[in-house]
Design a protein around this ligand. Sequence first.
Ligand code: PEP
Length: 247
Amino acid sequence: MRKKLIAGNWKMNGSLVANEILIKSLLAGVGTPVCQVALCVPAAYLAQCHSLLNGSGIDLGAQDVSQHEVGAFTGEISCAMLKEFGARYCLVGHSERRQYHFETDSVVALKAQRALASGITPIVCVGETLAEREAGRTEEVVKRQLAAVIHANGHCISEIVLAYEPVWAIGTGKTASAEQAQQVHAVLRAQLKAASSQADRIRLLYGGSMNAANAAQLLAQADIDGGLIGGASLKAPDFLSIIASVN
Ligand code: PEP
């Protein structure tokens, strides 16, 4: 049985003051959730969030990591550094990284490999653009993105978390319907099953304008094992009600 995971992606939002208010509100309201909960915060705030979350049931995650281990890579952050601040998860290949920072499938696969080798669980993001969906290319695109990660990671693939995030649904208020999301998740699950006998363990998150109103229906789908939540993770009541909708 896969334990569901609700992960917040703060993106480039927050401040020392706002983070403290948000985390304290989450800790006050979260109770004992039936799912796992994580916050993927900006790197600059890992230390602060690590100390605020320490000993709580909420895990810490980063939003990106270098594919390199150490050395002359100005501006980059290594897995070892993330580990020092208690990061359990790291987003890899978010569509904003692919789009604005030109991360290719092979770079994403190397980042996932580096994270796994360091004991950090990569949350690997895949998803099609609106043009790709309209051209009937959704399956081809997500399968290509996942194939690169499977190829680089071999049997370790069962240790990843996979997030299906249709690009057209991220930050737009347009959510994939539960049926649309489940259909793609089933395709991804089948691809994982062909690669690993442990594929049933892998959590597949849906991300893209998930909110308090649509979470329950999405999370009830057979192959949707949680959510990756951007905008709604910045508001404690909204994020808490998504967590509460997991059963
Ligand atoms: C995301 O950034 O991963 C995301 C899903 O954002 P939003 O929930 O705001 O669409």
